[in-house]
Design a protein around this ligand. Structure first.
Ligand code: 0A1
Ligand code: ZN
Length: 871
């Protein structure tokens, strides 16, 4: 057991920094094990006080500390495990420090570390303190000049901003000096040094400036950066058009690294990416990879305005940059790939990751009020729900006022570190609305439950709608206030035609009802026939909605709702009800048959696109179903879902075969939305066919795998073979490994696929894969490929009645925590679900959390999440 309990940091304790750093000159003498970092800081006391200077510093071997050129003696400063303290410094002075660090042995991948023989950095959130002594907080904004010296074999020496000087040094070394003219917090600092290939391009901005674009990758990989470059150029132009925001430096660089704790990082002018989110070609990347690359390149680029030019005052405001940037990213993706399909995908992610977080012990508000390790708050709530909150704001005040509010925000706060309050204030002013109530969305955890009931009066041609809301209690928040919930709603008649109506005397066919009280009643008039209510269109709020609609109304929506989100949602609702009934021992065979027929009709709808049909064909995930009832029996849910899959596969057999044959790629591979949609539907058809026990299905899947000329189809084939099982799968799995063993990103897919294998014999194989020579706990991509895919996407095997799945996850968390706490902590989440499980499983899971918490020397990161998960 750890000796001291880590203490939380609270928003209410925020104080402005005691000392500011206006300018800094850093010199890096790079050596793998003994890098020297010299820092010369222009420091100024902030306000009138006599507090000591206390700068962060961790794992730094201090060489010297000097003030205004005078080296300080022993009694003049104190260095402990976390801080450099100088009791009474002057009001303004130059602080010079020199420290030594060991990048090669930095396996936490935070601060300065080595990946693939190159130096690179990761400073968000609190990594800069592992590089030099610094007030490591986002409200200290400074001008950085960086000199890098290294052996010439580290050919490229990169940092933020503009390159101002390069040259040779004695002893086979060279140097480069970079200057960043923009004020920035230290978390946006970056440095890269190494042998790299570069893909270059240019973009002319709307004001006519030419920006050099460079993507640095492993030698030989430059062609695989072409798609990311294309996505970057589209993002830059999109931000000019959609938000009037132009890039501000003359150079924009991206570097890909293989060892990275997260996805990517928006360092000013020098983004660093996990190579899995940057490199793609048709042979090695799937359409899902292409789509993610496009989204993440855009996301990091958009941070230049939302995050970098305007940053966060403190880490409690993380959603200020993340929720907003996800929102902007989603707007871009909708424009690139189609609004409805992108919305459905975003909501699937939200439900799978955020709704489960919000229902469990790790629930927290979009703006939390306390934390132990901020690294633990890069969550789906901050990112995805943070984006939903902005989407609701836009719905509530309208697109024009929203854009005005954004313009005001950029104008007013450029160059500042600010707060969510200041952001919302811009929209209150731009719209002339009081947004006081809206703030509750930032402060209250939990997913609101809303109900909707509709009563039609034929004689009066009126429809009375009654909506209610309630948010269940969550950790630390027992009672919840009502939230302003925008419910976008339209009506259909029973033939599926749009039914016009009047609200407050105005004719319309869609309206937004703001549910801002525990209960709201609205009467629509001029309703000509008994309507089907299509509510929460486009998923207008992140809530769980229950209505009194009958299945026949859902079928009308599935066939014809003009809101494609709700058309998809109707199918999901119907399927979920059927699966849950069967899992509860009450199968509804007639309903299942009817559902299969309706899906068949939807597949034949000439008007809807392939990507949409692929989504229609997929049943709700077991993890989503598990959120709908408690106690959860994962085995029963799996079996019930499989039963419906079998029903669909049998009923739609001819249809699926026709799709599988008819949708083959003809001609060149294109990663665009149309090509990806065609492959998605064809692979979804194959996946469903895999549920059909007819023996020719394995041959079809093997043929699909062998004939594949791109990674999407190879993985599609291998996935179907896995679901069928047997010798064909074993053979294909071995072939796949042999063919791709030298391609780390592809081998990650090989591990991830097996992690998701739901078959009865899979658990032993999965646990055994940690002994495979290609498994590497120190590489986060490889670790997550196996461990996260198993724990998050393979519920039936993860929840094995023996508890072996839970024990395996705990083993991995404990081992990885020894060298990379941030990544270890990100594995804890699946263990938070123990309370909702059936008791015998819940007890086994809880025991593993207890085992983790009892580990000697556990990191703060894992301690925080594991203790919260237990409470
Ligand atoms: N700001 C990045 C996410 C990120 C956060 C932390 C990291 O290392 C600890 C790395 C990246 C983004 O939103 O993309
Ligand atoms: Zn971000």
């Amino acid at each position: 057991m750890r000796t001291e309990t880590p203490q939380p940091i609270r928003l209410s304790d925020y104080r402005p920094p005691a000392y500011l750093v206006d300018d800094v000159h850093l010199t890096f003498d790079l050596q793998p094990n003994t890098t020297r970092v010299k820092a010369r800081l222009t420091v100024r006391r902030n306000g009138d006080h006599s507090e000591p200077l206390a700068f962060n510093g961790e794992r730094l071997k201090a060489v010297s500390v000097a003030i205004d050129g005078r080296v300080l003696g022993d009694g003049e400063y104190v260095i402990d495990a976390e801080l450099l303290t100088i009791p009474a410094p002057p009001a303004a002075f130059t602080l010079e420090t020199e420290v030594e660090i060991d990048p090669e042995n930095n396996k936490a991948l935070e601060g300065l570390y080595m990946s693939g023989g190159r130096f690179c950095t990761q400073c968000e959130a609190e990594g800069f303190r592992k590089i030099t002594f610094w007030p490591d907080r986002p409200d200290v904004l400074s001008r950085f000049t960086v000199r890098i010296e290294a052996d010439r074999r580290f050919r490229h020496l990169l940092a933020n901003g503009n390159l101002v000087e390069t040259g040779e040094l004695p002893g086979g070394r060279h140097f480069a000096v970079w200057n960043d003219p923009f004020l920035k917090p230290c978390y946006l600092f970056a440095l890269v040094a190494g042998e790299l290939d570069v893909l270059e391009d240019k973009l002319v901005t709307k004001s006519g400036r030419t920006v050099d674009l460079r993507i640095y990758v492993d030698p030989g990989m430059a062609p695989r950066a072409a798609y990311a470059m294309d996505a970057l150029k589209r993002s830059m132009t999109w931000d000019e058009e959609a938000y009037g925001r132009e890039y501000d430096l003359d150079l924009f660089m991206i570097v890909a690294v293989r060892d990275f704790n997260f996805g990517a990082m928006e360092n000013k002018g020098l983004n660093i990416f996990n190579s899995s989110l940057l490199l793609a070609d048709p042979a090695t990347a799937t359409d899902v990879d292409y789509e993610r690359i496009e989204a993440v390149v855009a996301h990091e680029y958009f941070h230049n305005w939302t995050g970098n030019r305007i940053t966060c005052r403190d880490w409690f405001q993380l959603c200020l940059k993340e929720g907003l940037t996800v929102f902007r990213e989603q707007g871009f993706c909708a424009d690139m790939r189609g609004e409805a399909v992108q919305r459905i995908k975003a909501v699937k992610v939200l439900r799978m990751r955020q709704f489960s977080e919000d229902q469990g012990p790790l629930a927290h508000p979009v703006r939390p009020s306390s934390y132990m390790k901020i690294d633990n708050f890069y969550t789906a709530t901050i990112y995805e729900k943070g984006s939903e909150v902005i989407g609701m704001l836009k719905t509530l005040i309208g697109a024009d006022a929203f854009r005005k509010g954004m313009d005001l925000y950029f104008d007013r706060h450029d160059g500042e570190a600010t707060t969510v309050e200041a952001f919302i204030q811009c929209f209150a002013e731009a719209s002339g609305r009081d947004l006081g109530d809206f703030f509750a969305w930032y402060e209250q955890a939990g997913t609101p439950r809303i109900t909707l009931s509709a009563t039609y009066d034929e004689a009066a041609r009126t429809l009375e709608l009654v909506l209610t809301q309630a948010t269940p209690p969550s950790n630390g928040q027992e009672t919840k206030r009502p939230l302003p919930i925008p419910v976008t709603l339209g009506l259909l008649d029973h033939e599926g035609r749009t039914l016009a109506f009047e609200r407050d005397g105005q004719a319309m066919d869609e309206t937004v009802i703001v549910l801002d009280q525990p209960e709201v009643k609205v009467t629509l008039t001029g309703v000509d026939s008994l309507p089907v209510v299509s509510a929460l269109r486009g998923f207008s709020a992140p809530v769980v909605m229950k209505t009194d609609a009958e299945p026949k109304e859902r079928y009308v929506q599935l066939a014809a709702d003009p809101d494609l989100f709700n058309r998809w949602e109707a199918g999901q609702d119907l399927a979920a009800d059927l699966i849950l009934s069967r899992a509860a021992g009450k199968p509804n065979e007639v309903g299942e048959e009817r559902y299969a027929e309706a899906v068949g009709r939807a597949l034949n709808d000439q008007a809807s696109d392939n990507a949409f049909k692929a989504l229609l064909l997929a049943l709700p995930a077991e993890t989503d179903l598990a959120l709908m009832r408690s106690p959860v029996d994962p085995g029963a849910l799996h079996d019930a879902r499989e039963a419906l899959r079998l029903r669909l596969a049998l009923h739609l057999d001819a249809e699926l075969r026709r799709l599988h044959t008819g949708l083959q790629d003809l001609g060149e591979f294109s990663p665009d939305a149309a090509g990806a949609g065609r492959r998605a539907l064809r692979n979804a058809a194959l996946e469903l066919m895999a549920a059909n026990p007819r023996n020719d299905v394995a041959d079809i899947a093997l043929g699909h795998f062998r004939a594949a000329v791109n990674m999407t189809d190879q993985i599609g084939g291998l996935n179907a073979l896995m679901l069928i099982g047997g010798p064909a799968f074993e053979e294909a799995l071995a072939d796949f490994y042999a063919r791709w063993k030298d391609e780390p990103l592809v081998i990650d897919k090989w591990f991830a696929l097996q992690g998701r294998d739901p078959s009865e014999t899979a658990l032993g194989r999965i646990l055994g894969l940690t002994a495979h020579p290609a498994f590497d706990q120190k590489n986060p991509n490889r670790l997550r490929a196996l461990v996260s895919s198993f724990a998050n996407f393979n519920p039936v095997r993860f929840h094995d009645p023996s508890g072996a799945g839970y024990r395996f996850l705990a083993d991995q968390i404990i081992a990885v925590d020894g060298f990379n706490p941030m990544t270890a902590a990100r594995l804890v989440d699946p263990l938070g679900g123990w309370r909702r499980l059936k008791p015998e499983l819940g007890a086994l899971m809880k025991a593993q959390l207890e085992r983790i918490v009892a580990v000697e020397g556990l990191s703060k990161n894992v301690y925080e999440l594991a203790t919260r998960a237990l409470n």
